[in-house]
Design a protein around this ligand. Structure first.
Ligand SMILES: *Cc1c(COP(=O)(O)O)cnc(C)c1O
Length: 388
């Protein structure tokens, strides 16, 4: 087995999924986001666990992701949250992926593909832009689209949805914005109903609103990041504790590697590209075969632009990265008498039981990003090892 792996703790995934399912009313569906290879955790395995824990629908972002899941034996409805290119429409229909639509050109693209495939009433969901500024029709435009879809012999309106821009913020103005988006969304779905058209599944809740705003669950929730054990940005553990509704999420991924060499250096030796760090005393330096091509980004080292300096855990103790993180390797300062041996495991981030001294949340906080980007960034060549 290669030294650098991402361990996926299935027990933690199951814990999070069960917790989330319990927060959603039994009458509402759960649509688990497994886009981007399940936020880097391995799409097929995570999709299977999600279905076993009560997911009714899985959310993807690409036709290729749908193809992978279908080939992996996933049979539940797949909702595609972003748009595909025209030459993928036939495959989309063949894989029975439910697209989000919001303009006539794209609706017709799907309609033509459904017609060619001999489908009647192929389900699509109408996306409404209530303030995200990404995909969706304006709320006041939704009725003609809903009518066109429900009148087409080849299409049916399976649902109507929107997406929140600032639901994970604690700021009062952001909370008001989310309420405003929700009101616009309800108004849109009501206008479709008033036109005599069933809106199908009405859904808007991402992770933040799934945990924080039960009245926004409607007919389905679309949790993502919380499934993988991270809080929706400002709605962190402390927020839910203060609210009197503690939420205990467990991080699912641990990024681990091994000490593949230990080098002894005297004072005055520089480490790595750019010679940004030089030993000022005798020390031992561990070489780890992990670098930015694996998702251990250059900016995670002090010399890579980030000011804090990140530690790597070996035998449960933190050791600082020295010099720049390279593409495939990096160096860690063990000091003179650490007792760390060659082939010891080193943990970059992960849940407590992995021996990590930090989670992806801390790495994200220290480097100006969000845990989503850290777990999604774990490279393709890093095998995902599922720890049952
Ligand atoms: C990714 C995504 C989600 C899940 O978002 P989280 O913040 O991870 O819960 C839900 N809905 C849409 C449209 C998305 O793109």
């Amino acid at each position: 087995m290669t030294a650098t792996t991402a361990k996926i703790y299935i027990k933690n995934l199951r814990h999070n999924l069960t917790l989330i399912r319990s927060k959603i009313s039994p009458s509402a569906k759960m649509c688990v986001a497994v886009k981007a290879d399940a936020y880097g955790h391995g799409a097929i395995r995570c999709a299977k666990e999600a279905v076993a824990c009560g997911a009714d629908v899985l959310a993807i972002a690409r036709v290729s992701e749908g193809a992978e899941l279908r080939a992996g034996g996933i049979k539940v409805p797949l909702l595609m949250l972003s748009l595909c290119s025209p030459d993928e429409a036939d495959e989309l229909v063949r894989l029975d992926i439910t697209p989000l639509v919001f303009d006539f050109e794209y609706i017709k693209l799907v309609e033509d593909a459904a017609k060619r495939a001999g489908k009647a009433d192929y389900a699509v969901h109408l996306a409404v832009d209530t303030g995200m500024g990404r995909i969706g029709c304006l709320p006041e435009e939704c009725v003609p689209f809903a009518r066109y879809i429900s009148d087409s012999p080849f299409l049916s309106l399976g649902g109507v949805c929107t997406h929140f821009a600032v639901a994970d913020s604690q700021k009062e103005s952001d909370r008001e914005y989310t309420q405003m988006q929700f009101r616009r969304f309800l108004h849109a779905t009501e206008s479709i109903e008033k036109a005599g058209i069933s809106p199908g599944i009405r859904h808007c809740a991402n992770s933040a609103t799934t945990l924080d705003q039960p009245q926004m669950h409607l007919d389905m929730c679309r949790p993502g990041i919380i499934v993988y054990g991270y809080y929706p940005d400002e709605l962190d553990r402390a927020y839910f504790e203060a609210k009197g509704e503690p939420i205990d999420l467990h991080p699912v991924m641990a990024l681990t590697t091994k000490v593949v060499a230990i080098r002894g250096f005297e004072a005055g030796n520089s480490i790595s590209y750019g010679r940004t760090w030089t030993s000022n005393k005798k020390t031992k330096i561990a070489v780890l075969p992990i670098g930015y091509a694996d998702g251990f980004f250059r900016r995670f080292s002090k010399a890579g632009g980030f000011c804090g300096g990140i530690d790597v855990a070996i035998n449960g103790k933190p050791y600082p990265v020295r010099g720049r993180i390279c593409m495939d390797q990096c160096m860690v300062d063990l000091g003179e008498n650490s007792g760390v041996e060659r082939w010891s495991e080193a943990v970059i981030f992960g849940p407590e039981e992995s021996g990590a001294v930090q989670t992806a949340q801390r790495l994200a906080d220290e480097t100006g990003t969000i845990p989503y980007e850290i777990t999604c960034g774990v490279g393709k060549r890093v095998p995902r090892i599922f720890v049952e």
